[in-house]
Design a protein around this ligand. Structure first.
Ligand code: TXA
Ligand code: MG
Length: 326
C-alpha cells in the first residue's frame, strides 16, 4: 500500500532514510517533478524502480547528489565540467558525464552505458534526505513509464497505487512542474538531450559557450533516452493548438480570452509561461479524471519554458488517434 507522509512530519527524514537503507522505494518532491528514489549504489533497490515504473531496462536513471558529495568518486569530472556544474547547480538541470570504471553506481542505473546522468536538486527537503543518506539517489519521475509526470503527491499515489510499501513524501505542488533539462557534457560542445526550464540561449549565455540541441530529434531508440516519441501521455486523446474547443473536450486554455467553454482549466490566465509549466501536468491529470472524453490544449508560445511545454505536449499527443480538425 502507498503511505503518504508530510515533509514537515516529525521524523520524516529518519523514516525515509531508514526505508532507503532497507532498499525500499521512496517518492520524494523535487523542484521539477516528484522522483521515485532508491539507493543508486544498490542493484536490488534500483531494480525495484524499473519494476514499479514498468520501465524498459535500457532506459537509464538520473542520480541525485548533495553538494557535499565528491562526484569524482563516480564519474570523470575535469575542470571544464566542474565549472559548468558550479554555474548551474543546484537546479533543474542534469548533466551526462563519463562513468568511472570502478564507480559504485549500480550498473542498472546507467542501463549498462558508460555514461551517467547527475542532478543536484534545488529542493531543501530532498537535499536533507541526500545529506542524511550519504549516497546518490537514483530517481526517475515517480509515474508509470510513458505516462504523465507527477507534480503532486496524489499523482504519485494514483500512478503507483498498487506499489506495496511505497512511501510518498507530500510537499505540495512542485514549483517548476517540468522535468530537468538534460545536458550531455562529454563532448567539447555540450548537447541538450531534453529541454526544460532553460532555453538554449539562456544556457549559452550563462555558460559563455555554444551548445548543440538534439532535444527535438524524436527517437524510438534509447540513445538520447527521455526523447521517446510517445511520452508524458494522458489516458485520453489530446488535441493541440486549439483555439475553439468542441463540446466533448476539456480545454486547457492559456492567457486572457473571451470564449466561454463549460470545461476549462486555465493554465495561466495572465499568459505566464512559468505558471503554465507548473500547472501543465496537474491539469492533464485532472483532465484524465473528468467525464470529458477528449482533451484540447490552447496554443502555447514557443518561447522560454514554452518550448519545453510544447515538447511535452507533442510527445503526449503522439498516440492521439482522434482525427478532428478545427
Ligand atoms: O527533473 C527531473 O529530471 C526528474 C526529477 C525526479 O529529478 N527526473 C526525471 O527522470 O525526469 P526520468 O527518468 O523520468 O528522466 C530521465 C531521463 C530519461 O529520459 C533518461 O533516459 C535520461 O534522463 N538519462 C539518464 N541517464 C542518461 C544517460 N547516461 N545518457 C542519456 N540520457 C540519460
Ligand atoms: Mg519520466
Amino acid at each position: 500500500m502507498v503511505q503518504i507522509i508530510h515533509y514537515h512530519d516529525r521524523d520524516a527524514i529518519k523514516t525515509i532514510v531508514s526505508a532507503l537503507n532497507q532498499h525500499r522505494l521512496v517518492a520524494l518532491p523535487t523542484e521539477t517533478v516528484y522522483g521515485l528514489a532508491a539507493d543508486a549504489t544498490s542493484e536490488c533497490a534500483v531494480n525495484k524502480i524499473f519494476i514499479a515504473k514498468q520501465r524498459p531496462a535500457i532506459n537509464p536513471l538520473i542520480c541525485h547528489i548533495h553538494p557535499d558529495f565528491d562526484l569524482t568518486d563516480y564519474a570523470h569530472i575535469d575542470s571544464r565540467i566542474e565549472k559548468i556544474m558550479q554555474e548551474l547547480w543546484p537546479g533543474a538541470i542534469s548533466f551526462v558525464v563519463e562513468l568511472k570504471q570502478d564507480s559504485p553506481i549500480a550498473p542498472s542505473v546507467t542501463a549498462g552505458l558508460n555514461s551517467v546522468a547527475f542532478r543536484m536538486p534545488d529542493h531543501a527537503f530532498f537535499q536533507s534526505v541526500l545529506k542524511e543518506f550519504g549516497k546518490p539517489l537514483a530517481a526517475p519521475s515517480a509515474n508509470k513509464s510513458k505516462s504523465l509526470s507527477p507534480t503532486k503527491a496524489e499523482h504519485v499515489a494514483l500512478s503507483l497505487a498498487h506499489e506495496e510499501e511505497l512511501l510518498v513524501v507530500d510537499a505540495g505542488q512542485c514549483p517548476i512542474g517540468i522535468e530537468s533539462t538534460i545536458l550531455d557534457l562529454r563532448e567539447q560542445v555540450p548537447v541538450i538531450l531534453r529541454c526544460g526550464q532553460y532555453t538554449l540561449e539562456q544556457l549559452e549565455q550563462k555558460l559563455h559557450m555554444r551548445l548543440a540541441d538534439h532535444s527535438q530529434s524524436p527517437s524510438e531508440k534509447i540513445i538520447a533516452p527521455g526523447q521517446l516519441l510517445l511520452h508524458y501521455a494522458p489516458q485520453k486523446p489530446l488535441r493541440l493548438n486549439v483555439k475553439e474547443p468542441q463540446q466533448d473536450e476539456i480545454w486547457l486554455s492559456f492567457g486572457n480570452h473571451d470564449r466561454i467553454h463549460p470545461l476549462e482549466l486555465k493554465l495561466s490566465p495572465k499568459g505566464d509561461l512559468d505558471e503554465a509549466a507548473k500547472n501543465l501536468f496537474d491539469f492533464l491529470w485532472q483532465a484524465d479524471q473528468t467525464k470529458a472524453p477528449y482533451i484540447a490544449v490552447a496554443p502555447i508560445p514557443q518561447e522560454g519554458v514554452g518550448i519545453a511545454i510544447n515538447d511535452r505536449l507533442c510527445r503526449a499527443a503522439h498516440k492521439t488517434v482522434k482525427a478532428k480538425i478545427e
